[in-house]
Design a binder for this molecule. Sequence first.
Ligand code: ATR
Length: 279
Amino acid sequence: MISGAAKLAGVMGWPISHSKSPVLHGYWLDHYKVDGAYIPMAVAPEDLPRAIAGLRALGFKGSNVTVPHKQAIMEFCDTVAEDARMIGAVNTLVLDTEGRITGSNTDHAGFIANLHLSDPSWDPKAGPAVVLGAGGAARAVLYGLIRAGVSKIRVANRTLERAQTLAQDFAPHVEAIAFTEVPAALSDCALLVNTTSLGMAGQPPLDIRLDGLPKTALVTDIVYAPLITPLLSEAMKRGNRTVDGLGMLLHQAVPGFEAWFGIRPTVTQALREIILGTK
Ligand code: ATR
């Protein structure tokens, strides 16, 4: 139940009906008995300026922002945080009492929190990382890894130019390599991350061999449907430690919830099961 003083937040996207964020934040609002609400907001691209004015007019504490607004939203922010600038996308808005908007990106923190909490033995200094893919998700992963202390990252992508752009943007920590160079790059790899959509339900599996990967390496996938992707399954069979991608989705929501509702929520197994049960 909410009162007339309830704090308001939500998620803007187009379409929005598939978003798991209302279930996720709704679970925490119930769990922590917060006087607040989090609602899905279907905002067509041409309505984005009016939607922002609406957030201000209605006194929203903030909002998540998803496809297709993650770049377009930047021009409506009074402040764009360094993480969102480097990643090139905003996924979280926080409004202050004057209605000034700060846009940030929480995906990198979600990725790193998921690694640390799912595998407390993960050491960013253990050795080079190999990141597959060079899209928006890869940018968040690179930003997070570098901040966490990983000093050498090789990025492989089907379209090499995109990996080269990342190598420039995240110099000197990132080197672009072709997919054909991945087997050699795995030989001293401490962390392998898939950020491509390969392995997602309905997509072909990722076609790489893990033969040269040290048994001590950690393997993670940001795809979470299915939870155990072909890559993670292969890694498990070889005896590598693995971390699935669902935790990134859950952990990226933590900073927004804390900023809007004043409580730092915990990611639990019960929450994982609720989100997994949401089609
Ligand atoms: P996101 O924001 O989720 O990262 P994206 O920016 O569209 O999405 O990036 C998708 C990534 O998956 C890219 O690295 C893409 O490779 P290209 O840059 O060459 O397009 C990769 N990807 C998608 N389908 C692929 C496929 N069939 N084979 C290899 N890589 C693929």
